[in-house]
Design a protein around this ligand. Structure first.
Ligand code: KG4
Ligand code: ZN
Length: 321
């Protein structure tokens, strides 16, 4: 079995997955509440919390899988991209655990991890497919030809769509992380009440830095009382704009590359309107959309693992090369 560890942002996660892609356990300790009062992730606070949580979370994952390190023959860990201090906690823990048992270690790219959330049982997806990866850190259109690799067809030239959700939620006075809050409130609102234009950039790229500015102006113009009264309409309209932009580009890309199948992964893939707007696409299972370690263990199956003790010098990286 594979032990997966993920600490790239504000989730401390560990999971046990078989080489056949069956999830035996998937433990996620979210730090969201810890960062909520700052309105976003504070890197130093995240690192410290990862340090406290990583071993208890690993222990819990092994326990829930009804196994010990004796049952593990490979350790997979997120190496980047993400907060480098946070990543280093997971990488160090993975090195120590693997070294103690002379196990190989598979360094996993977080984005490959999100795509690999589609390769798990009970319904593993087979490439080729076009993949929309929409998260707090990235918005990408990926041409996936084989497990373990992809080519980037389009990307956000500025903010990630999850960032647009989070910043929008903040402007609306909702909690952190904002995506799920907007999703919930939008159900009570009118998505046609306001118009928030999303910039269209050339090619298959995205741009989400402008749309929050139009939300900001609308919120300012309305004033606090009207904001209170129209909050659900604002959330619904804002979400509609973001989802439309994602769907439009994805459909365009699918047509352009002649993709027969389309998949959606990443935290924003949990969005109910996005899932409903792409009924023909395969969305990652809900618990595997936001950061988790099952997807990292899954991806570990498709990278070249470093044999003991070569990984001792392994480093984390903050952004993709
Ligand atoms: O994949 P993820 O957990 O972390 C990154 O790799 O970035 O994605 C987190 C992002 C956050 O921006 C969060 O607001 C967003 O996913 N998110 C959602 C929903 N649930 C999480 N956005 C829209 N609707 C949701 N239901
Ligand atoms: Zn992620």
């Amino acid at each position: 079995m594979i032990l997966g560890i993920e600490t790239s942002c504000d989730e401390t996660a560990a999971a046990v997955v078989t080489h056949d892609g069956e999830i035996r356990s998937n433990v996620v300790a979210s730090q969201a509440e810890l960062h909520a009062r700052f309105g976003g992730v504070v890197p130093e606070v995240a690192s410290r919390r990862h340090l406290e949580l990583v071993l208890p979370v690993v222990r819990q994952a092994l326990g829930e899988a009804d196994t010990t390190l004796d049952g593990v023959d490979l350790v997979g860990v997120t190496r980047g991209p993400g907060l480098v201090g946070a990543l280093l906690v997971g990488v160090s823990a993975a090195k120590a655990l693997a070294w103690s048992r002379r196990l190989p270690l598979a360094p996993v790219d977080h984005l490959h991890g999100h795509v690999a959330s589609l390769y798990l049982e009970p319904e593993p997806l087979e490439p080729p497919f076009l993949c929309l990866l929409a998260s707090g850190g990235h918005t990408l259109l990926l041409d996936v030809r084989a497990r373990g690799s992809f080519a980037v067809s389009g990307r956000s030239i500025d903010d990630a769509v999850g960032e647009a959700f989070d910043k929008g939620a903040r402007l609306l006075g909702l909690g952190y992380p904002g995506g799920a809050e907007i999703d919930k409130l939008a159900r009570e609102g009118d998505p046609e009440a306001f118009s928030f234009p999303v910039a269209r950039v050339p090619g298959l790229d995205f741009s989400f830095s402008g749309v929050k500015t139009s939300l900001l102006y609308t919120v300012k113009k309305l004033g606090p009382d009207e904001l209170e009264r129209r909050r659900a309409d604002l959330a619904a309209s804002y979400q509609r704009a973001l989802v439309r932009a994602l769907v439009e580009r994805t459909e365009q890309a699918a047509e352009l590359v002649g993709a027969e199948r389309v998949a959606v992964v990443g935290g924003v893939a949990a969005n109910s309107e996005l899932r409903a707007s792409l009924p023909w696409a395969r969305a990652a299972p809900l618990p595997l959309c936001t950061d988790n370690a099952a997807m990292i263990a899954s991806a570990a199956r498709f990278v070249e693992a470093l044999p003991y003790p070569r990984y001792l010098a392994l480093d984390a990286y903050a952004s993709a090369a």
